[in-house]
Design a protein around this ligand. Sequence first.
Ligand SMILES: Cc1ncc(COP(=O)(O)O)c(C=O)c1O
Length: 358
Amino acid sequence: MNLTAHSYLSEIETYKPGKAKVGNNSNIVKLSSNENALGSSPKAFEAYTKHAKEMFRYADGSCSTLREAIAKKNKIDAGKIVCGAGSDEILALLTAAFAGVGDEIIYSEHGFLMYPISAKRVGAVAIKAKEHNLKTNIDNVLAAITKKTKIIFIANPNNPTGSYLTDAEIAKLINGTPKDVLIVLDHAYEEFVGVSDYPNAIKLVNDHENVVVTRTFSKIYGLASLRIGWCYSSLKIADILNKVRGPFNVGGPAQFAAVAALEDEEFAEKSIKHNEKWLKILFKEFANISKIHAYPSVANFILLDFATLDFCQKANETLLAEGIILREMAAYHLPNCLRLSIGTEEENLRVLDILKKL
Ligand SMILES: Cc1ncc(COP(=O)(O)O)c(C=O)c1O
């Protein structure tokens, strides 16, 4: 082939999503992608099906109704909101807008893998800041800043570790970061977080021009397949993102579904309660399994650390043989670990039962 893509693209390790299949097993329990245990918001489903017949039309390219609905709910300016095909797209757009060949982005040692992928896509270098006990270490992040740093990505809580940073830690990060470095606070799991010292990202964006928060409809509203995310930033950043995004980057029926989801407080609350309940139960149960350590989590998943690599592989194989899929963690350099998304009561109990027997 005579065509050559940018040579720096060879640095990218293609993102591997959570497995969705095991052989021909049709009775799969998929706990590998941090999806909503309760499915999707019924109001969103109804709106989506109602508007499906409009799929031949181009959508509202500026997502105006959806942005207005997000703005109302969060008491923010709709002009400072940009919607995307999942928050993944927003992360990619931010990287394309603010980093280029030879620039650096910083992310945490076991941070979400889309950060290095987004950086490498534009020829930037992804720098890892060492963690302490699988938690982002702000001192190490600040120490990694150089003249080439353009963006710092912080998932809060972090996927896959489940750990979170407090408002004091994020304040330290913002205060220690030069104003010409963009700080992206990725709050994909914000709604699940039940701790009082969790940062108010909206306020941080209002107070600091170089801070952006990204959010998603994939988790709390169960709309992962529709691909809807958004970010809140200064007007200047929103304007830039509107230049670089595709003109119709969020589908029409998806926008209607998202607006309906925002009104479905009952579903969101049910999801939060279910998650809280099962985090508690699972942590209590895992505390009694001596060869598995469950890392503390404030999100809708738990990172399980197995005493040995052999044990981890055996657990994974045993679960897979039963059609139960957890997320393997080799890509995150945590080979002894599996990440368990909180499932339904039945699913959670099946996983517990199998692991206890092992
Ligand atoms: C930390 C984090 N950020 C962003 C995303 C992307 O979510 P989406 O593109 O579905 O909005 C995920 C998905 O799992 C995630 O874990």
